[in-house]
Design a protein around this ligand. Sequence first.
Ligand code: HEC
Ligand code: HEC
Length: 446
Amino acid sequence: MNRLASRLFIGTVVTGAIALPLAMAQKPAPAPAPPPARATDGVLDNASRMVDAGRDTFRNDTFGSEAFWADTIQLHKAIAGEKLGGIGGGVSPKTALAVGLKVDAEKIPAATAAAIKGGKVNLDDPATTLALLKLDAVVGVKGTFDPQGKLTAVGIQCSLCHSTVDDSFAPGIGKRRDGWPNRDLDVGTIISLAPNLAPVEKLLGVNNATLKKVLTSWGPGRFDAEVFFDGKAMRPDGKSASTLIPAAFGLAGVNMATYVGWGSITYWNAMVAVNEMHGVGRFFDARLADKKKYPIAVKAKSYDTKPEADRVTAKLGALHFYQLALPVPTPPAGSVDAQAVTRGGALFNGAAKCASCHVPPLYTEPGNNMHLPAEIGIDAFQANRGPVGRYRTTPLRGMFTKTKGGFYHDGRFATMPDVVEHYDRHFKLRLDAKQKADLAAFVMSL
Ligand code: HEC
Ligand code: HEC
């Protein structure tokens, strides 16, 4: 028998074998339904467990950062105010919303929601803020209360900076949108409310007035992740050295994370949880043990933390996984001109050469996605604060969530047409006005 014939033969046997049970199946007693494939798929089960655990960490974990925010700088006292056992006037819900904090509407019981809608809840009263904290409804901030209802501590969560809400209940109040950068959040002003900033002043080697000036110079949607390592609060041109809060979605497949490529997502998560949020955990990076470049990191030993407890490391795997699973939001229907987008896409991938760095569909380079400042025609200040003196090619998806505060790491370009104008000049593209508008429309559609 040749090979073909043998295959045909096997085929016939198999067909015959299948025919038999089919004939039997016509009898009344139905075979028990096979268990769904999902239940026996260890990978899918693991994936869904990782997503659940990662979401819980992203939304709810403070990593023990109460040690800094409450025990050290005593922010909880400023939130509660003197009448409720704290210090000063307290923070009303109106003030909290004004500094960009968001409220998770799904945590508000129906009766309370109705009372808010009916104007029966005093949004000028810090007691209402405490009630919201008790409901665990303030996105990114966790309050701890004693049995008498006194606020005894606050800690912060990843969602503080990397989540917003959909405003479906009221401005600043709605369903959570994990991964969206909170460009309303005025982190500097919030920190500056804390009654005891002396330890931070000591660490940075500045007085209270200078520290407050620095903190209030950040503005909404911004934070300075490097100042606690290099102590550089201002750029040489006198502007704030802070950067914009980036999106935490759209990073699957992206190699280097952060504007200056500190490392992978999980590298940065450990760094942030321990050294930015001031959680309790182990972190190690010998690159920061550089007295000249990172004097504050050396002073604080933040390059090699060895706390007794480690409330971070065990959570990194699932936290990483969750961020990779965050969907990239698409622009609202009708917000993009489809024809302009098509024309702009052709330019992006062709004559304007954008896709040579922003490689679709990642919109950053597969590989080492880092560039010298001169390549993109900007100054080296922020790049030089990072480990390799370069800027990371920003992955561009979900741009419509990042319009507040401008574009590039420090928001130096107020609008997308300004970004396009910059590239047109720098790369001598000689695009006409219509082409520039089309290119901007394409990027905003991603
Ligand atoms: C106080 C605000 C704040 C908090 C809290 C915060 N981040 Fe960030 N995050 C930032 C800023 C600002 C950057 C940009 C830093 C840079 O590039 O220098 C950033 C960068 C990132 C990036 C890199 C994004 C990119 O485009 O590569 C990821 C991922 C990230 N954060 C995840 C997290 C996670 C997870 C947590 C909790 C463990 C967290 N962040 C907590 C402000 C914050
Ligand atoms: C040589 C590589 C390179 C090329 C070519 C390039 N970019 Fe970029 N792009 C970068 C880098 C690096 C950054 C990060 C700059 C920063 O944050 O300071 C960036 C940032 C951006 C941003 C800001 C994103 C944000 O979230 O703030 C936009 C928008 C953008 N590029 C669009 C384009 C367009 C449009 C083109 C084509 C005209 C283009 N880029 C060509 C490397 C490149």
